[in-house]
Structures are given as structure tokens and as C-alpha cells.
Design a protein around this ligand. Sequence first.
Ligand code: ATP
Ligand code: MG
Length: 579
Amino acid sequence: MSESPVPVIDTPLEKKDFIRQIVRDDLAEGLHTAIRTRFPPEPNGYLHIGHAKSICLNFGIAREFSGVCNLRFDDTNPAKEDPEYVDAIRDDVRWLGFDWHELRHASDYFAAYYLAAEKLIRDGKAFVCDLTPEQVREYRGTLTTPGRESPWRNRSVEENLDLFRRMRAGEFPDGARTLRARIDMSSGNINMRDPALYRIKHVVHQNTGDAWCIYPMYDIAHALGDAIEGITHSLCTLEFEDHRPLYDWCVDNVDFMHHPELLKPLLAREFPLEADKPRQIEFSRLNINYTVMSKRKLTALVGEKLVDSWEDPRMPTLQGLRRRGYTPAAIRLFVDRVGISKQNSVIDFSMLEGSLRDDLDSAAARRMAVIDPLRLVLTNLDENHEESLQFANHPKDGSFGQRQVPFSRELWIEREDFAEVPPKGWKRLVPGGEVRLRGAGIARCDEVVKNEAGEIVELRGTLDPESRPGMAGANRKVKGTIHWVSARHAVEAEIRLYDRLFLVENPDDESEGKTYRDHLNPDSKRSVRGYVEPVAAQASPEQSFQFERLGYFVADRRDHHADAPVFNRSVTLRDAWAK
Ligand code: ATP
Ligand code: MG
């Protein structure tokens, strides 16, 4: 996969959230000379809009405070990880407009983690435990009752070192033993009840191959990874709040800063030594209604073919949003609007759509397209009548320039802009009525042509010659204005009309035995054949337009070609879901 170029982003207004305030205070107190953050995805799926919040926060803070941000793949669970995800994640971060200082993997540090674990054993702070997973659960206790100490907790340092080395040498099968921290089985915080630090897993790792058959657990790997990289502020979501004591325990008890010998394996790899004492700060995760965001469910949607792929334009993945026509600026705007706090909430999907509308309103050129075509023949024009009308590409921004739009005797108009029996308040075309054709004059409908089945196949009408652009009657009042394309010049296009993937606000609701599969919107994808004006067909892939009166559309980044255009509807002009 080729990497997107990193666009330049305007300096944002100063943001005031509590995390940036902590960073500001820490700098003012001289606690750090430079800010270091990291974004630590697990490469077991594609990034979603929730991750964008974490990316914008971590990379944003680094940029705003002249610090750096690393991209670190948390690849400690080799069974579920895949290089396909690694490539997509790199691409997504750059597409969002950010670049990392260093690209690292937790697996880069396996040798240092191993030395750290041996140090904990030597210090009497870790032991090899032979309890089965079931027994571990049983010994752990509950929120209201303390746990019990493992019978293996008081093994000698020598025995622990010997067993740990034999775990590493591959002498024992998966799950036979674990290395556990020796902390406090009666702690009120269950995470502190002698948590596992290492487990045996005879699995080939995408980076380290078969070099290891023991892998560190998330808590120790994450804390030590932050310490090794000299991360100053380790920003994570609220569910890790209860893990913070363990995070600090790992950092403090390994203490790389006073034990640089543990980092020797990194010198061999020419990594700079920049260990520091990181501080974990939690913020609330992003939740959005009408979608699901757990990787497990997104993986299932793809696996069960309920969507076409990870980049299906209905998916909340960054690849999906991108293909749908979301711009990096719209996503950053959305994340800014959501803000950073410790308050859990569910954000309305329309806020995401609103951010896209607001970005594209100023960023997208206007074009005309007809997605449900009905022929209108202007009988008072010559068969060969053909002219070129000048249109502004943007109503509010002259820098978009002008374009020529061909006009002729036969036009495509939108079927829904004509009503044989108009409802009350109807402003568009009716038999015998008039409507303004955007930029081309006023047309009257004289005749409705139907087929044998009684379906309307064509309208025949006349163009008021006095109403042409620049003529005396051009500003004559008629109720409605509709868009059109010249039938002879228009290019046929596939138009993919997407809508929300789920019908209900909370697809995760599993009451009445339902699952998110039962809440899918059966009309979330429709494909129609329409017509676009000639310059629209010339769009480059991923170029966005407002198709006047219809919404914002993007030339599909995979399937669009000038001679066979494909457009995705990114968002309608108005919120059709508003209550
Ligand atoms: P999993 O479903 O595997 O637990 P995850 O969503 O936690 O996945 P990670 O790859 O571990 O995914 O996430 C990388 C980073 O993105 C973490 O720091 C995580 O806290 C953050 N993150 C994930 N989901 C959200 C979210 N919805 N809002 C804000 N940050 C998020
Ligand atoms: Mg996670």
C-alpha cells in the first residue's frame, strides 16, 4: 500500500482540555524539557473513528507543544495480529495528517522486557506460578473478598529464575506456567493481585519469528514501552484507570533510569536511550450512536460478509470513512468538536456528518448531476441547439473559478422534481407549470408522455426565451429552481447511495436475544445509474463535490474512471435522520 502524503495543517486555536492543561503545567514547572507522546494500536484490525480521537490527541499535543509522538505497534498478542493491519494503520495515521517521530513495536523491546522480568525475579517481586487458569481465577477473589496467595508465591529466587529461563527455552506447553508480579492478593484493586506478567505461547510472531515462546502481558509491555521511549504523557482511555497502579508499579520497580544495563539489548539495535518516568492520564473514549466500534464486531461484519470489506464506505473504520468521502479535515474537526474529558458520553452520528458538511461546504466545488433521471425535451429549441453556459464552481468562493456547462434541447432532470399531482406546498414542476432550470432559464411543462404501463417516460415543454441568462425576463419570479444535465453531453455514472449501517441508536443493545446483526439497515447501500455533467466525470479519484441539491459525493478511490465514473454519496445536504 502506498503512503499518503502528509498535508500541512493550519495551526489550530489553542485547545483548553484538561490533558493539555496538565502538559502546560508540567512544562511550566520544568518537569520535562520536551513532550513525548505515543499512539499504541494493536495491529489486530483496522483503525476506526474512535482511534482518530486518540491519534489527534497524541499527535496533536506533540505538534502543539513542539514535542514528538511515536507510533508504537502493541504486538504482544501474535496470534491475532497481521502485517495487513500494520500497513493500513500507518497509512491511516498519515492520511489523517500526522507523522510519527519513531515507528516502534513492543516486540522491538522483547529482550529488554525479558531482562526487566529477570530483575523483578531477583528483587523478589515476581514469581513463576503453576496454577491453572481456572485456579488463578478462583484464587483471585472478587471485588468484595480478598484473593488468596498462590502456593507457588514463595519460591526461591533461584528456583524462579531457573523456571523462567526454562519457560523461555520452550520446556513447557502453553498455559502450564506464568510469571506473576508479587504485589498484594488483598489489594482492593484486583489488577494488583499478583497479575500475570508473562505467558507461554508457542506462536510464531510477525516480527520476531520463533525467537520467543513467552510473551509479555499488555500491562508490563505497555508501561515498559512507554518508559523505554521516554514518553512523558501516556494518554489512554478510561478503562485503564484501574490499571494505573500496576502501570506505575512496573515502571518504578523495573526502573530503567537507574538500571540502564537492562536496556543493553536496545543499544545493539541502535535505539537511542531516552528512558523517562511516564505518567498515565486517562480520557473518555469516543462512542457514537448508530454504529459499532469494537474491533471484534467490526471483524465479524467483514468476516460474515455483512459489509463488503474493511473499507466498505458504511464502516466506521478510517479506511471506510475515507472511501465514503470523509476528509481528514472533517475528521479532525469532528474530534475537536467532541473535545477531551473524563466524561463518558455517546456522540450523535449527525455530529460526524455535520463536520463533513461543514468542511465540504467550503472545500468542495459544485457540480450538477441527476441520480434518478427523467427526460425533459424543450420543444421550442432547435434539434441541434447547443450552447455552453458559464457556472461558478463555488457560490461563496471565487477562487474555485468558473466552468462551462453544456446545455441543449434534451435534458435530464430529477424524477422527484416533477409531480403530476403535486402535494400541498409543492414548488417544482407540474403539468402546465413553470420551474427555473438552474442557470438556464424558465421552462414550462406542456405534455407528460407515458408508456403503455402508464409510467411517465418523458416530459415535453418549452423554454421561455425572455428568461435566458442576461435577458430582461431572467429574474422573473417562479417558485422553484431545479438542477439538470444536458442529455447529449452528460456522462452516465454509477452512483452509490449510502446510508447509516444500523437502524437503531444502540446496535450493541442485546436485549430480547438480539445482536447487532439484527439491527442492520437493509437500505444502507443502493446503487443507481445517473448522469453527471462532463467536467464531473473528469474528477480524480477521491475528489469531492457538492452535487447541487443532492449532497456531497466523492469519486470512488478504487472504481472511478473518467470514462466510467463512480461516485459515492458521502453525506446528504440535510440531516434526514433528525427527529
Ligand atoms: P480492542 O477492541 O482490541 O480493545 P482498542 O480499540 O482498544 O481495541 P487499540 O489498538 O488497543 O484498540 O487502541 C489503540 C489506542 O486507541 C489505545 O490507546 C486506545 O485507548 C485508543 N482507542 C481505542 N478506541 C478508542 C475510542 N473509541 N476512543 C478513543 N480512543 C480509543
Ligand atoms: Mg486495546
